[in-house]
Design a protein. Structure first.
Length: 113
């Protein structure tokens, strides 16, 4: 079993930045492929970015050039640096172990216009 705990959400003005973190404990083998997802009110949960153990990344078109996913394999952490935030980025952001299909509890990000 793996436990995922997100932190770093909050309220920020449009154009601002936030950095999300996800602490992973338990079966760290579940970190083979990790991702950040988000769910806005009334919308389906969507992939924001993912990263493999080797550092291969993918991004949703809507965040390319603004968000950066990274990981520290030694510290078992996953991060998401979010720059140039827009009101449409407002959502609950979730950390996910794709390999083990496990989710964190989510952290709220609110971007005001």
């Amino acid at each position: 079993q793996v436990q995922l705990v997100e932190s770093g959400g909050g309220l920020v003005q449009a154009g601002g930045s936030l950095r999300l973190s996800c602490a992973v404990s338990g079966r760290t083998g579940c970190m083979f492929v990790m991702g950040w997802y988000r769910q806005a009110p009334g919308k389906e949960r969507e992939l924001v970015a993912s990263i493999t153990t080797g550092g291969t990344t993918t991004y949703a078109d809507s965040v390319k050039g603004r968000f950066t996913i990274s990981r520290d394999n030694a510290k078992n952490t996953l991060s998401l640096q979010m720059n140039s935030l827009k009101p449409e980025d407002t959502a609950v952001y979730y950390c996910r172990s794709t390999w083990c299909n496990s989710w964190g509890q989510g952290t709220q990000v609110t971007v005001s216009s």
